[in-house]
Ligand binder design. Structure first.
Ligand SMILES: [Zn+2]
Ligand SMILES: [Zn+2]
Length: 240
């Protein structure tokens, strides 16, 4: 191809060129939603997991993990697309901390397709609600709520309304990373407030990663307290 024509193409289709390359390996073949078919195949699919909290389980008949049997969480179900491992963990971090929206969009679109069968189960989800970030953190810190971007993409694929205002974070909780599970739960219990608009609805709560599950449990608790009929959690990934 003559150099000038090649250059002209690069200038008129810079975005297409960029999107047509695999985010992970750079290949231009069989790219769908930003990742090529072989790389998609290699992503760490979660596999058999607890129906309540999405904790990965050994391949047995067990539907629930020991913790959920002992103390059932407020949400009726949790599903995650991948294990929080390479390269999904790296893509989530690029999305979260480096504002790599292409990485976030890719993960959300692939997860929307993979999790679609769960959306068709009865009772059907009525509305999607992203886990909110406290407004102060949103203004000063990362500046956008990644869970909302994921919820918007899920809502688009699943033809469900998204209600970002239905759940608010009312207290900026201390950094959760150094706390134990019990401390996190205590710290989070009163940190969400849900609006009456969720009354009698089956709410699909959307987040990027389920780590201990404490955040999703606290959010589900407030939604149920505000009258939601049922809460199911949808996430991109789950830490083992
Ligand atoms: Zn690839
Ligand atoms: Zn569980």
């Amino acid at each position: 191809m003559p150099l000038l024509r090649l250059l002209g193409q690069a200038l008129t289709h810079p975005l297409d060129k960029h999107l047509a390359r695999c985010l992970l390996c750079g290949s231009g073949d069989e790219v769908q939603a930003g990742v090529c078919a072989p790389c998609q195949h290699d992503l760490p699919t979660l596999g058999h997991a607890c129906a309540r909290c999405a904790l990965p389980l050994p391949e047995t008949q067990d539907r629930h993990c020991a913790a959920c049997i002992q103390r059932p969480p407020p949400q009726a179900a949790s599903v995650a697309c991948w294990s929080y491992a390479y390269p999904v963990a790296q893509l989530v971090q690029r999305f979260k901390y480096q504002r790599d929206f292409a990485a976030g969009r890719t993960l959300a679109e692939l997860a929307a397709q993979a999790l679609y069968p769960h959306i068709q189960l009865a009772p059907r989800v009525d509305i999607l609600v992203p886990i909110p970030m406290h407004w102060r953190k949103q203004l000063i810190g990362r500046g956008y709520n990644q869970a909302q971007l994921i919820a918007d993409i899920f809502g688009h694929h699943w033809r469900l309304p998204v209600a970002p205002g239905a759940l608010r974070k009312v207290a900026a909780s201390d950094s959760q990373q150094t706390l134990t599970r019990a401390q996190r739960r205590k710290n989070l219990t009163h940190s969400f407030a849900a609006e009456p608009q969720v009354q009698n609805l089956h709410v699909g709560l959307v987040d990027d990663v389920i780590t201990t599950g404490a955040t999703q449990e606290a959010a589900a608790q407030s939604l149920l307290a505000a009258g939601a009929a049922r809460v199911s959690v949808f996430a991109l990934a789950r830490t083992p």
